[in-house]
Write a protein that binds this ligand. Structure first.
Ligand code: LLP
Length: 432
């Protein structure tokens, strides 16, 4: 349950009004609730308590150092996909020994860095990768812990751009090939076959695809565990969050309504998966990203202009697709609410950013309270895959980020300075 709600007319994050944060930090502004991060982590952790388990937070969802520190303090490990992410874990005070390293294109330098850092396991996505890890480990006189990422060919029924577990996707090794791959990997002297992994997709709102994938893998995992003395089975991430009823779901009463019945909660997830996994007697890893941070964050933006054309009511705001690309990239829905509650009738509106692309919109034809220049809006459920996917397109500075803890708040990323956007660029000699 998240801690973003109206207190009187003021949208608040825990004990702080969003309006006061806007006064202090300006917009576009990401705001995160520490209580929500901790609550979501603990809910999952408690639901999985019957299993020997480790949560490896998928930091690709939000790798702000303060967010990572909160989760490291809660006991989280991290699912990483690059040297940059591993370095971020170390900088944030996380434990590399609780890190897995996934991704289809690990370079030699990245493998070397991860081996020296002492990560828990490489999740390997191809045979050439296993060979490369073996070679690097041999050169460093180390034994590399590896797991094969199995592509189970199970359709997760989610958006095409975030489906990963079918043979249309570049991820993992096809289910039918996995035994052979392990047999060949077992001959590579500098590898330790530590476990097995799968991940089928993101924003899954039903437990069924998870169940299907685990059920499909169980016989294989049991067999390979006996053969190679596996220590763990990672079932990946992918737990979906609430986008449509985001604000309402911050109220405990909402969870008693019929709408809440279909939500994939940690309790439902565990009720279906723990009984399947328990008999394996393995350590179970999960790699949730969105579930932990998604509803913990909002993106706050200022209304710059309202433009009425014959057909449309455009609300032009100061945040854009460079700050939050999800609507443009995945047609995703983010609930939009005023920072200070407004009465009166709603107006069908398109909320759009200032970037020179027709795709730069946050919603289309959505009934919203009538707003004018200088009003502030909040885009909800923006904590995951929001700020991390930010860019400098149109030479727009990266947004500031604030963490709220009870009545306290702190800037956990200051707004990027405009001159820093091109600070690494150089003129070629002949242009000087
Ligand atoms: N593990 C692996 C191997 C993954 O590829 C991913 C996500 C996760 C875990 C975490 O998934 P989550 O629990 O967050 O669903 N940018 C997209 C989502 C991309 C997800 C990529 N992989 C979006 O904004 O919807």
């Amino acid at each position: 349950m998240h801690s973003i709600r109206y207190v009187g007319k003021e949208l608040s994050c825990e004990g702080v009004t969003i309006a006061s944060l806007v006064q202090q930090h300006g917009t576009p502004l990401y705001v995160y609730s520490q209580a929500t991060l901790e609550d979501h982590f603990d809910k999952l952790d408690n639901a999985l308590a019957p299993l020997d388990h480790l949560i490896c937070y998928a930091m690709k969802a939000n790798s702000n150092q303060a967010v990572m520190r909160v989760l490291a303090n809660a006991g989280s490990g991290f699912d990483t996909v690059s040297e940059g992410e591993l370095r971020r874990v170390i900088a944030a005070g996380g434990d590399p020994a609780k890190c897995v390293f996934a991704g289809v294109g690990k370079t030699e330098a990245e493998i070397e860095f991860a081996l020296k850092a002492g990560i828990y396991c490489f999740n390997c996505e191809s045979e050439p990768e296993l060979q490369r890890i073996n070679q690097v480990a041999a050169r460093l006189k180390k034994i590399a812990p590896v797991a094969v990422r199995v592509n189970p060919n199970v359709d997760a029924g989610t958006h095409a751009k975030i489906t990963t577990g079918t043979y249309e996707n570049k991820f993992g090794i096809a289910f039918e090939q996995v035994e052979g791959v392990y047999a060949r990997a077992a001959k590579l002297k500098n590898l330790r076959l530590r476990g097995i992994q799968t991940h089928i997709g993101s924003q899954l709102t039903s437990v069924k695809p998870f169940e299907a994938a685990v059920n499909k893998l169980l016989p294989l995992v049991t067999k390979l565990k006996a053969k190679y003395k596996f220590e763990f089975f990672s079932i990946g991430g992918g737990l979906g969050i609430i986008y449509k009823d985001a604000l309402a779901s911050g109220d405990p009463a909402w969870w008693q309504t019929p709408a809440a019945k279909d939500i994939l909660t940690p309790a439902t997830y565990a009720a279906h998966l723990v009984p399947l996994l328990q008999p394996l007697n393995l350590r179970i890893l999960i790699e949730p990203g969105r579930f932990i941070v998604g509803n913990a964050g909002v993106l706050v933006t200022r209304v710059e202009h309202v433009k009425k054309t014959g057909k449309k009511n455009f609300v032009i705001v100061d945040a854009a697709m460079n700050d939050l690309i999800r609507p443009a990239f995945y047609d995703s829905y983010h609930e939009i609410v005023p920072v200070t509650k407004k009465g009166g009738a709603t107006v069908s509106s398109d909320v759009v950013g200032p970037i020179c692309e027709s795709g730069d919109y946050f919603c289309k034809d959505r009934p919203l309270p009538k707003v004018g220049e200088g009003d502030y809006l909040a885009l909800l459920s923006a904590g995951a895959y929001g700020s991390v996917m930010g860019s400098n397109y149109n030479s727009r500075a990266l947004a500031a980020e604030v963490l709220v803890h009870g009545a306290k708040s702190a800037a956990v990323r200051t707004r990027q300075k405009i001159a820093d956007i091109w600070a690494d660029e150089r003129l070629a000699d002949w242009l000087k």
